[in-house]
Design a protein around this ligand. Sequence first.
Ligand code: F6R
Length: 366
Amino acid sequence: EKGGYEHFMLKEIFEQSRSIRDCMRGRIYPNEGRVQLGGIKEYADKLKNIDRIIIVACGTSWHAGLVGEYLIEEYARIPVEVEYASEFRYRNPIITEKDVVIAISQSGETADTMAAIEMAKEKGATIFGVCNVVGASIPRLTHAGVYTHAGPEIGVASTKAFTAQVTVLTLMAFYMAQQKGTLTQAKLVELLTELDCIPEKITKALASNELIKEIAHKFKDSRNCLFLGRGSGFPVALEGALKLKEISYIHAEGYPAAEMKHGPIALIDEEMPVVVIATKNSSYEKVISNIQEVKARKGIVLAIVTEGDTEVRKMADYCIEIPDSSEAFLPLLATIPLQLLSYHIALLRGCNVDQPRNLAKSVTVE
Ligand code: F6R
């Protein structure tokens, strides 16, 4: 059942090139520059004129929502707010019939997310679901939706469901851009052609497994760990930190790299590992100066870099390479080494990787 892997989590991490491929199947037509999302096609016209989107979710799914915000705003130019379902439901949020709410949930059973949906529905919003478990409660509550099709996720820490959620949100962003005309046909052809190659790039990113296993030895006795990223690398940092704390019980925090100097920099000393998303994209130079700030205080830097990078390599203590890609697809690739890192650290610490203490696969209580 674990397909030869020692744990479900490892199996699910290694399944990601396939699960992302499954998620895109029948939905992208790269040569035509076209996205087809059968689940929300009845709302295709509505999407041309919406003023804003609210994304509600919990935990890892909330992190996928933050990536979605970045992509939808960038490509479809629709304002997006991302809310923790538990906070949203207990406020008195302003929601109208013009709003589209996207609820993201692997299990489709999360109590807070369900309650947020019910409230938004009562106020007249259109609700889309992004769920993995077919026929679960959330897909039944929503008006329409797009399944992630990642297959059953057994490990309590979400891995392949997260990358599938990000894939669906990427498709939704391109679909909305197509409806609104905010991307040219040529640009859509280019982006979808690249997206089509992401599963192969995931396989390449997974090839760092042995290297990551070695690096994990250096980090296994840490008591704290900081994860930094900018732009769409920021939600990746949050997700990296959540994975590490969930399964290894090391305290970890994700931060926007530039926020470090507003507080967390006080934590940095020779015992503080800092994982930095430092790939070659629009914030590359800025991240380099953030790494210098960490090194100046003797922090230990593990950088996730673009294949062939030489600049960051001069400064960082450890580097893990991922294939080059447009910024749009960075979260899908940069997440892979962080999943493997937390897996190997947890294993070395003797933790129960698939069933971490105090956690449940679906949180059906508020
Ligand atoms: C993290 C994790 C949790 C879930 C959260 C939401 O690895 O598994 O943070 O992401 O409980 O669950 P779903 O997506 O089922 O609503």
